[in-house]
Each structure stands twice: as C-alpha cells, then as structure tokens.
Design a protein around this ligand. Structure first.
Ligand code: NAP
Length: 362
C-alpha cells in the first residue's frame, strides 16, 4: 500500500456554503477501480461559483463540477485502472460522476478501465508544475473550435473575422486558438479590468481588445463571420449584441452560460439543448440569416491536442499568463465565497497551490 495519510484536507459545498476540514482517509475506497490523485494545483472556474449560487444546471451523467480543474500525481492506482503511482495527471470531469471534489488534497475517481482512460488524462509536460496552467478549460476550447469547424465544414479560420463576447478565461483562450487558426479576432468585454489584464499580459493586442459598448456601435454591425458568446450568462441582450455583430450568413456560436429552456431568437431555437447536443441551426434575425451553434465539454483527445498546441506553439498559447492570483487551500473557502457573491473579482484564473506533501500521519 502506498504511503497515504490517515487524514486529508478537503472541502464541502453545502447549502451555498464552502467549508474546509480534515477527513479520515477512506482506505476502504481504495478498490481495483479507483485512482487517487494527490493534487498539486487547482483552478477556480466560473462553474464552481455558479454551483455555490445554485445558478447552474447539474448534468446527471457527469455530476457537479465543483472542483474539477486540477493537476496532480497518482497516489494510488487500483489494479484494474491502467495507471501507476506517480503518473502526472489531470481530470476530465465530463466522463463519470463517481468522483470526489478536486478542492482537496486528494481526489478519488472510480470507474471502469474505459471510463478512467477518458476521465484521468496523463500530462505529457513534466515541467507543467513550473509554469502551471489548467488543461481542462483549454481542452473545452480546443473541443469547441474543432466542433465549430466540423459543423460549418470550414477547413480553418484563415481570413475569417471572429468576434468574441467576454474577455474571461474562455474568451481569451478562444482568441488565442482562433488567431492560431488564421482568424482576425476582436474581443468585446463589459468591464475594463479583464481587457486591461489581457493587454498587460500580452494575450490581446491593443487593436483586438474592445469594450462591449463598442460592439453595439454602427461601425461593428455585421462585421464578423463568426461570433463566439462566452460570458458567465448568455443573456438575451448579449445574444442580440452578438447577432448584431454577425454578418449575413455568419455563425453565432454559444459557449457560455445557458440554462435549460433558454432560446434565441426568443421562442425559436432552444440554445441550451443545441449547445449540449452540439448542433447547428439556421435562423432569420432582423433580415439576416444566422447559423446558431454551440459546444459543450471535451474529450480526452481534446486534452492531447491542447498539450500538443501548447508544446509546439508556446508563444501562440501563453496559457500560464492567464493566472492572475495564487492562493492556498486554506484561503480558498473565503475567497471563492467572495467571488461568488461578487465581493471580489479577479481577471484570468485564480489558482490554488497545494502545499508540499504533508508527512503521512500514521
Ligand atoms: N461550453 C463549455 O463546454 C464550457 C466549458 C467551460 C466553461 N463554460 C462557460 O463559459 C463561461 C465563461 O467562463 P470563463 O471561465 O471565461 O469565466 P470568467 O473568466 O469568470 O469570465 C466571465 C466573463 O463574463 C463576462 N460577464 C459576466 N456577466 C456579464 C454580463 N451581465 N454582461 C456582459 N458580460 C458579462 C465578464 O465580463 P466582466 O469582465 O465585465 O465582468 C467576463 O468577461 C461560463 O459560463 C462557463 O460556465 C462553458
């Protein structure tokens, strides 16, 4: 049996409140079908804060997302898992709901060999811990743009004008990847703080960064071949703004923030279902033909493509620069509750660094 502690620190989310405490290490959970990951770094995602607020629909097939962005090392691998102690891994939360929260020193993932092969993804960058970035949100972007190309039958984005609503983590990674695929990008953000961060970090050039108010001016109307909607909530107002940016025949690609039953144009296309089922539909909106589409989640191959892109094109994908703040696991409950309540707001990614291994206390 590997050197595992008698207790470990983990978090709980109950009734909208996040708490941290020591729990007995569940030795009886160490089955043949179990991988235990000792976490190194965790990312806070907007989906985590939505789950605190209860403003996110939880999909039954994959369970809550609270604590799903992580990198760490396998601390225990059951005999039927195909993993080895010490493997550097990350998690794909879109595969199995039988796992514990990532906001902890140890994460327990159970599944068949096939499920674990998809849910626990090996990290091929041994130095990732030095310049850490979160593989899962990037894999979702790789998946989404791949799906966009597939659904629109475009071989690349070469020469396309791509407008992006939201300069959060998702919007900035869309900008990196769309630019890499040959597009000219323009990112529109409501507030100045995230836009300024993106420019300061060299993620967006001056000419690529715009205010959301700018998106509603006549100069921007009908200019874009593709408009990606990536804010916290895809409100009707933001979808109308996106449709205004779209040229006749353009694609409006919905990535962030839809809920069960949401539609656009209102009463026409169920954009939540369309996004989760990754479909494309044509609509008429104010005299224009617009193809509405979307994507949801990611697969193991999207992680692998993400690692390849980052390794081969480090300047095009400065994913480490998305981190704006590092905190400890002890600070996490207070910070994440402040972020959820809107009392604190940080651009880019807030990372939690887990302190080096404690001495096993047994
Ligand atoms: N489809 C998928 O597979 C998938 C995967 C992962 C995440 N997502 C979704 O992607 C969304 C964005 O995630 P993220 O990581 O980029 O979040 P984030 O870093 O917190 O950024 C949120 C963005 O939304 C903007 N925003 C929030 N409320 C707004 C409003 N009322 N009007 C205009 N803009 C508003 C913010 O602008 P300000 O700077 O002005 O506040 C910011 O640009 C989330 O909803 C998440 O659930 C989807």
């Amino acid at each position: 049996m590997p050197n595992l502690p008698a207790t470990y620190v983990t978090t709980a989310l109950r009734g909208g409140v996040v708490s941290l405490g020591a729990s007995p290490f569940p030795q009886d959970a160490l089955g043949d079908d179990t991988v235990v990951i000792k976490t190194d770094h965790l990312g806070i995602c907007r989906a985590d804060t939505k789950e605190i607020l209860g403003s996110r629909d939880v999909m039954e097939d994959r369970g809550p997302l609270f604590g799903h962005e992580l990198v760490g090392a396998v601390a225990f691998a059951g005999t039927a898992t195909g993993f080895q102690e010490g493997d550097l891994v990350t998690l794909n939360p879109n595969i199995t709901p039988t796992r514990t929260t990532g906001f902890a020193e140890y994460v327990f993932v159970h599944g068949t060999k096939e499920q674990l092969d998809q849910a626990v993804v090996r990290v091929p960058e041994p130095r990732l811990r030095d310049g850490v970035w979160m593989p899962e949100p990037f894999a979702c972007i790789v998946h989404a743009l791949g799906k966009l190309l597939e659904l629109t039958r475009l071989p690349s984005l070469r020469g396309k004008r791509v407008g992006i609503i939201g300069a959060g983590c998702a919007g900035l990674m869309f900008a990196m990847y769309a630019r890499h695929l040959g597009a000219v990008v323009a990112v529109f953000n409501r507030g100045e703080m995230r836009s300024a961060f993106a420019r300061r970090q060299g993620i967006l050039a001056e000419g690529e960064s715009h205010s959301l108010a700018d998106a509603r001016t006549p100069a921007q109307q009908g200019r874009f071949d593709i408009v990606i909607v990536a804010p916290t909530i895809a409100t009707t107002e933001l979808l109308e703004t996106a449709a205004g940016l779209a040229a006749d025949g353009a694609v409006l690609f919905v990535y962030g923030g839809t809920r069960n039953g949401d539609s656009f144009p209102v009463g026409q296309v169920n954009i939540d279902a369309l996004r989760r089922q990754e479909r494309i539909e044509s609509v008429r909106y104010r005299g224009k033909r617009i193809r509405v589409s979307g994507a949801y989640g990611c697969l193991r191959q999207d992680y692998e493509e993400g690692f390849r892109l980052h390794a081969e094109h480090p300047h095009a994908f400065p994913l480490e620069k998305l981190t704006s703040r590092r905190i400890s696991l002890d600070e996490f409950p207070g910070r994440v509750m402040e972020i959820a309540a809107g009392a604190a707001d940080f651009p880019g990614k807030v990372l939690i660094t887990i302190s080096p291994a404690r001495t096993p206390d047994r």
